[in-house]
Design a protein around this ligand. Structure first.
Ligand code: F6P
Length: 331
């Protein structure tokens, strides 16, 4: 009987559990043995092994987080760590390894492939949506929904006080969350990697002040969605620049890890389920060294090498859609 291992790695994402559940149930259906490793690659290095039939995976669809736990693993950046992980796979006679995670986790999987002769399959699990080879990553839709609902609430109080808010959203180094959330909430400004560079900070503040001035003569609140890891000095520095250059007061809200938690939206549960089932099918049909994703409604397999080395930009259409809205304020 073939033995398939699964782990979740890096930043957890809503509906990782849906993928784990689908993998477990599909292995059961195909009479394959399914096992898990806890705490991402750390569990592989330290041999934190669990037989998946001991899990009752059925009630986990609606749970955020990951029942296998997750972690970032510095040891996987060293060849000793990778070799130790491969030794654990050999010790348990694993035939195929499925890793659910983001960019760094898939790089770890590729490193394993260089020292281990069996099959490796990646699944895109990250709220950031910054992986090519899939239109959406598992967890992205939920993160966008959570941030949208939070910002809608901020908008209510911003409207009541006719206030300016800077809301920082996650996304690591990409603007998929910033643009999708900013457009969904009608943010007056979205500042993200795709439309901003640090050397334009001064100019950006001037633009914002003009737009704020125009907006406040009309109907009050002004919402700036700011991508994390972008503005030099962060949201606080932007707030201070607005005050210094324009005598404009603003409030800051950093949404942070609430974007990673919560019950996954149906879209994510179904994506996790579809890709989990497809990962087991891929193993059965002998695929190797690929990530399974969904593009234009179809499940596809993309070589890990390609996924890791190809950026997935935010669509120019989205960036322009927002730019047109901002231009309106600058007229
Ligand atoms: O990759 C997911 C993510 O939530 C990013 O959006 C964010 O930059 C990062 O993880 C935060 O990581 P940590 O929880 O380790 O601080």
């Amino acid at each position: 009987m073939k033995k398939i291992a699964v782990l979740t790695s890096g930043g957890d994402a809503p509906a990782m559990n849906a993928a784990i559940r689908a993998i477990t149930l599909s292995c059961n259906y195909h009479q394959l043995q399914c096992v898990g490793f806890y705490h991402g690659y750390n569990g592989l290095i330290d041999d934190q092994y669990v037989e998946m039939e001991h899990f009752d995976v059925n009630p986990t669809l609606q749970q955020g987080g990951t029942i296998l736990k997750s972690a970032r693993c510095q040891a996987m950046l060293t060849s000793e760590g990778v070799i130790q992980a491969c030794n654990t796979l050999r010790k348990h006679e694993i035939d195929a390894l499925i890793v659910i995670g983001g960019d760094g986790s898939l790089r770890g999987l590729q490193a394993i492939k260089q020292h281990w002769e069996k099959q490796v399959i990646g699944l895109p699990g990250t709220i950031d949506n910054d992986l090519s080879g899939t239109d959406c990553t598992i967890g992205f839709a939920t993160a966008v929904t959570t941030a949208t609902h939070a910002i809608d609430k901020i908008r209510d109080t911003a409207n009541a006080f006719e206030r300016i808010f800077i809301v920082e959203v996650m996304g690591r180094h990409s603007g998929h969350i910033a643009f999708n959330v900013g457009i969904a909430t009608g943010a007056e400004a979205i500042i993200s990697f795709e439309n901003f560079s640090a050397d334009r900070a001064l100019q950006k503040v001037t633009e914002l002040l003009k737009a704020i001035d125009k907006q406040q003569h009309t109907h009050g609140s002004f919402l700036i969605v700011l991508a994390e890891n972008l503005w030099p000095g962060g949201a606080q520095a932007l707030k201070e620049s607005l005050t210094e250059q324009g005598k404009v007061d603003s409030a800051i809200c950093i949404l942070g890890h609430i974007q990673r938690g919560g019950s996954p939206v149906p879209e994510d549960r179904n994506l996790g389920t579809e890709l989990g089932l497809a990962a087991v099918d891929a193993i059965i049909t002998g695929q190797d060294n690929v990530m399974i994703g969904r593009e234009a409604g179809k499940v596809i397999a993309t070589p890990l090498e390609q996924v890791i080395n190809t950026a997935k930009p935010v669509s120019a259409h989205w960036v322009n859609a927002h730019q047109q809205q901002l231009t309106h304020y600058l007229k």
